[in-house]
Design a protein around this ligand. Structure first.
Ligand code: ADP
Ligand code: MG
Length: 351
């Protein structure tokens, strides 16, 4: 990494992504009594008519940092950019209603390329029943930048924060984990093969699910609805964008609790298991730190267990403990391993 030439200046990497956000925003006060929740959750919450509340969330995607156009078709990129944002709305146990889309583009992109991007955005808004209501367009000197804001709403009592987990609650995850990260490994390997031999025809049949999870993720719109039908109000909820481990740590830190996560309960697709063997990766590490799964992680009161136990979308992977017990993975060999947030961190130092 670049040497810090001026010792009186602080490298961003010394703070990390969350440390930086906290450092920059800690002295901002809330002035409006309609601001129910500001910085610090998957989305901000604003009070509205009656007991209805609005949620707002925004994300920024940068070419070369978050996506590589050599294997990410623009149509898929548009779709995925919407999913990334809607996922944060669903993580509040809310319904998504509108998005704004802002782009910065260099003159390397013809209109046809941007049409592709917007074809993906259009498919996403149609499938997820949200409206594109605005944005901004400007030029960029380097690559493509996409910023999306998503808006949603829910009843005050339905909205679920990261800080409500209680001792003895169950830790539940939707879907399965680790596939998107392995999809990226497969695509990066094919990119290298293609560089050496542009005529090679990749056989990707064994990786279809992994590639789909990387290139065309789906946000869990079905989960707030399912929870409402099952009459379950989670005590805390977050979406899994950086990896299971760092999201569990967010819930535990903000709720002042600990947790035991059971390695043998982590849901994995068979393609994840076989690709891990092939790439010589540990499937638990991939699930814990891989990221980009866009599944939901939540805690429920143990009393609600009978309501969710038969559901194929939901897996109980652990339980909440007292804060002083810390956050641990209980391995298959029954050893207790401290969880560390090795999730993707844009500001991490390369060593
Ligand atoms: P997520 O992973 O759910 O998208 P982030 O980790 O990006 O959330 O952000 C954590 C919190 O910090 C959110 O409440 C977000 O709105 C806020 N945040 C992030 N960057 C900034 C910033 N530059 N200024 C103010 N708030 C920020
Ligand atoms: Mg989130």
């Amino acid at each position: 990494m670049l040497e810090n030439k001026n010792p009186s200046k602080t490298n961003i990497s010394q703070l990390g992504e969350f440390g930086l956000i906290d450092h920059l925003t800690k002295n901002f006060e809330i002035h409006q009594n309609t601001t129910i929740k500001g910085i610090g959750d998957d989305a901000a919450v604003i009070s509205s008519e009656g007991d209805n509340q609005i949620v707002v969330t925004t994300d920024l995607l940068i070419e070369g940092v978050h996506f590589d156009l050599s294997y990410m078709p623009l149509k898929h990129l548009g779709y995925k950019a919407v999913m990334v944002n809607l996922s944060d709305v669903y993580a509040m146990n809310a319904t998504a209603t509108q998005i704004t889309v802002s782009i910065a583009v260099s003159n390397r992109f013809p209109v046809e390329a941007l049409e592709e991007l917007y074809a993906g955005i259009k498919t996403a808004v149609k499938m997820y029943n949200v409206d594109l209501i605005g944005g901004d367009t400007t030029s960029s000197t380097t690559g493509l930048i996409i910023s999306i804001t998503a808006i949603g709403n829910a009843k005050k009592e339905t909205i679920t924060y990261r800080d409500g987990a209680k001792e003895n609650d169950l830790l539940v995850v939707t879907g399965d984990l680790g596939a998107a990260y392995l999809g990226l490994q497969v695509l990066e390997r094919e990119k290298e093969v293609f560089k050496v031999n542009p005529n090679s025809q990749p056989d990707l049949d064994a990786y279809t699910y992994l590639i789909e999870r990387q290139l065309k993720p789906e946000a869990r719109k079905d989960i707030p609805k399912l929870l409402s039908e099952l009459d379950v109000k989670p005590t805390a909820m977050i979406d899994i964008s950086d990896g299971l481990s760092s999201e569990i740590i967010h819930i535990c830190k903000q709720s002042n609790v600990g947790c035991n996560l059971y390695e043998d309960k982590i849901p994995l697709d068979p393609q994840v298991i076989s690709a891990c063997e092939e790439f010589q990766l540990d499937s638990t590490t991939v699930a814990l730190s891989g990221g980009e799964d866009y599944e939901l992680l939540f805690t429920i009161s143990a009393e609600d267990f009978p309501k969710i136990k038969a559901n194929p979308h939901l897996t109980v992977i652990g339980h909440i403990t007292h804060e002083k017990e810390g956050t641990h993975l209980i391995s298959r060999a029954n050893t207790k391993i401290p969880l560390i947030a090795r999730g993707w961190n844009a500001m991490q130092e390369d060593d």
